[in-house]
Design a protein around this ligand. Structure first.
Ligand SMILES: NC(=O)c1ccc[n+]([C@@H]2O[C@H](COP(=O)([O-])OP(=O)(O)OC[C@H]3O[C@@H](n4cnc5c(N)ncnc54)[C@H](O)[C@@H]3O)[C@@H](O)[C@H]2O)c1
Length: 356
């Protein structure tokens, strides 16, 4: 099976950019050079993926983008109106679909996964299948297609509950959930494919990413969209535990800017790399920032701590800074304001969905 291809945008088959639609937005289409390449984004209909696609099509180095996504947690509508993007509706577990999507591509950004610690506790084998086996299939397909670079989304959860912070890539991982173990497997496979077969690999450990397109209305929602949707709906904020947990929250715009830079420079690295900027905020801090933005106190609905969640997380940024010395993260409060602005629009357009 070659997947169910669909014209969210368009891409030609030989990996060279055609440069039509929004891929050439802003009238720069004529300048998009012969060397503009095709990029495959697995999981590109999801939260981070769809934000990434919007930025990739603006890059002069990128001629076209192919998204491979089974739409299990992603949404076709996330890519609506993003020209220069072709959506192949298929699973990363399908080797034929992968081979078709990767033919002639220069880079792959592999984001497809069953995200969430809680989902992995509910069904560990399903998490392993997609996150570990699926990643290996992506790597095999990339190797067979002579793709130059595969960027793999790993997770800060691989560190587990650490006594000392910040977490550096040299610290021993200690996964505390099937999800974390599957992400450690994914990055290990990626680096092994680099060492064994010379595939260019960049394994990035994402921390807590937030921003527009991140859904709120489901049981496994991340904390910021869940808080933002509740705040805007006038409902109590669902708080797991006492709110003292801290996270290195990273705005999706900062993550995407870095991913595009990595694609443009064909970056690879021989160890995993933290992708966060070393800040640490408690959930109580997030609630205070939201209260400032909505200009009223927010009620809380206290719930028990979530099993498998680590109490604190913060990235050591030394390696990231050496690879991306020009990276300038969007300040947390600006990212939160932008997230609220987007969520307001979502709730107005689809009140029943609560941002889903
Ligand atoms: N959001 C975060 O804070 C965060 C933190 C750490 C790591 N990550 C990683 O970043 C990546 C993107 O996460 P996200 O937050 O955008 O999640 P998301 O659920 O919005 O995106 C994942 C995408 O993968 C797709 N997908 C799932 N299984 C698939 C399969 N078998 N074949 C093809 N597509 C499949 C989904 O439909 C979805 O579009 C994931 O690998 C996730 O583990 C995210």
């Amino acid at each position: 099976m070659d997947g169910n291809r669909d014209g969210v945008g368009s891409a030609d088959g030989d990996g060279r950019g055609r440069g039509d639609g929004a891929a050439d937005g802003g009238g720069d289409g004529g300048r998009r050079g012969e060397r503009a390449v095709r990029v495959v984004v697995t999981g590109g209909a999801g939260f981070i993926g769809a934000n990434l696609c919007r930025s990739l099509v603006e890059s002069e180095a990128v001629g076209a983008v192919t998204v491979l996504d089974d739409l299990s947690s992603g949404r076709r509508e996330n890519l609506a109106g993003v020209g220069g993007v072709e959506l192949v509706e298929a699973s990363i577990l399908d080797p034929d679909a992968l081979a078709g999507a990767m033919r002639g591509a220069a880079s792959v950004v592999h984001l497809a996964a069953r995200p969430s610690v809680a989902r992995s506790l509910a069904d560990p084998p399903a998490t392993h299948e997609v996150n570990a086996t699926g990643t290996m299939r992506v790597l095999e397909a990339a190797r067979a297609a002579d793709v130059a670079q595969v960027i793999v989304a790993s997770s800060s959860s691989v560190y587990g509950p650490r006594a000392t912070l910040p977490s550096a890539e040299t610290h021993a991982p200690a996964p505390a959930s099937p999800y974390a173990a599957s992400k450690l497997a994914a990055e290990s496979y990626a680096l092994a494919w680099q060492r064994s077969f010379g595939l260019g690999v960049l394994a990035l450990r994402f921390f807590n990413v937030f921003g527009p397109l991140q859904p709120a209305g489901h049981a496994y929602a991340a904390v910021i969209p869940a808080f933002a949707a509740a705040a805007l709906a006038g409902e109590p904020l669902p708080l797991d535990g006492d709110g003292s947990q801290t996270r290195d929250f990273t705005y999706v715009g900062s993550v995407v800017a870095l991913l595009v830079d990595a694609v443009e420079r064909r970056l690879s690295a021989d160890t995993p790399v933290n992708l966060a900027f070393g800040s640490r905020r408690s959930l109580r801090d997030v609630i205070s920032a939201l209260e400032s933005l909505v200009d009223r106190p927010l009620a809380l609905e206290r719930r028990p701590p979530r099993p498998g969640d680590v109490p604190h997380s913060q990235a050591d940024t030394t390696l990231l800074r050496s690879l991306f010395p020009d990276a300038r993260p969007v300040p947390f409060e600006d990212g939160l304001a932008e997230t609220l602005r987007w969520m307001r629009g979502e709730l107005a357009a689809r009140p029943a969905a609560r941002g889903r």
